[in-house]
Design a protein around this ligand. Structure first.
Ligand code: ADP
Length: 300
């Protein structure tokens, strides 16, 4: 065996991309996920939505193999997720240390580690793959820039280039659109489209229910438990939204129909965007102080 080369994890592309069976995750006193059972076929494109603290990041950590479930089974193409090189995970921007002194090329080359192994120099092929990935996301001109110098949208493009260089078959993106202006959001969404068109299974966490329902054929509504999973019109029912957002959301019946009120706010300080249900009037959104996940420790 080549020293430093990562042992291949058994991988069966004919099996579901993701299978979770009765998965629960507990951090000390907090039950972050409870009894989640889920199966996603290869090439699925799913928006993961739910209030702050619903367990969206934890779900991604479990699928990426960064956090082990307290109970239940996770399988990625039939194998446990730990060290599975086909999973490309892009965390929330707020948890990344942007002062870390790495260039754009370094970040994208990190995606090659699974292919080339630690302690080995990149080959010409690795460098070509990195160049092509940067080209594909339109970031070649920034190859030697420090990652922290880029705008939020450019940083997300670099992370997508890393996923391309990794030749990932499963892409997990945690709130990639938060804080980006509309044109940057559109660039990221179209890159996600292109990546998915190559057969990559995509899960994107979002706090924007409107955008998620417009851009994704399937939604997974989470609040510790899996509230609903399926096409947006099936997921976004009043009953499901009340089950997920609970006390943070109120349905008020007015002379004009039903109006949805929310008294929470999403990360980034912008209002939680709510879809107007077919039978409701336009939503009324009342943002209050942002809920943050205080005292979060690195996953164990
Ligand atoms: P979301 O991404 O939907 O905001 P998270 O998965 O970040 O939700 O968090 C789910 C719950 O688990 C929250 O109550 C959060 O405080 C808690 N939590 C998440 N990560 C940790 C951790 N590393 N240690 C302790 N508690 C955590």
């Amino acid at each position: 065996m080549l020293s430093g080369h990562k042992r291949a994890v058994p991988h069966d592309a004919a099996l579901p991309a993701i299978e979770l069976e009765n998965v629960s995750v507990r951090y000390d006193q907090t039950l972050a996920l409870e009894n989640i059972t889920l199966r996603l076929p290869r090439g699925a494109r799913v928006a993961v939505v739910g209030p702050n603290g619903a367990g969206k990041s934890t779900l991604f950590h479990v699928i990426a193999g960064v956090v082990r479930p307290t109970e239940g089974q996770v399988r990625i193409y039939g194998s446990g997720p730990g060290g599975h090189i086909c999973v490309g995970y892009v965390p929330q921007r707020k948890v990344i240390d942007w002062d870390f002194p790495v260039t754009v090329t370094d970040v994208v080359m990190m995606g090659r580690v699974g292919k080339m192994g630690f302690f080995r120099w990149p080959t010409r092929h690795d460098r070509e793959v990195v160049r092509a990935a940067l080209d594909e996301v339109g970031m070649s001109a920034f190859a030697n820039r420090q990652i922290g110098e880029l705008s939020g949208g450019q940083q997300q493009r670099v992370f997508l280039a890393r996923v391309l260089a990794q030749e990932a078959e499963l892409l997990l993106m945690d709130e990639p659109l938060t804080g980006l202006d509309m044109p940057s959001q559109e660039v990221i969404l179209s890159l996600i489209d292109r990546i998915q068109a190559q057969g990559v299974t995509v899960m994107v966490a979002s706090h924007d229910l409107n955008q998620a329902s417009e851009q994704f054929p399937a939604m997974l509504l989470l609040n510790r438990r899996l509230i609903a999973f399926g096409p947006p019109q099936q997921v976004l029912t009043t009953a499901n939204l009340l089950a997920a957002y609970g006390g943070q959301m109120h349905i008020v019946r007015t002379g004009d129909g039903e109006v949805m009120l929310t008294d929470t706010c999403c990360s980034g300080g912008t209002a939680l965007a709510l879809p107007s249900l077919n039978h409701t009037a336009a939503p009324v959104v009342q943002p209050v102080v942002q809920e943050t996940v205080e005292g979060m420790r690195p996953p164990r």
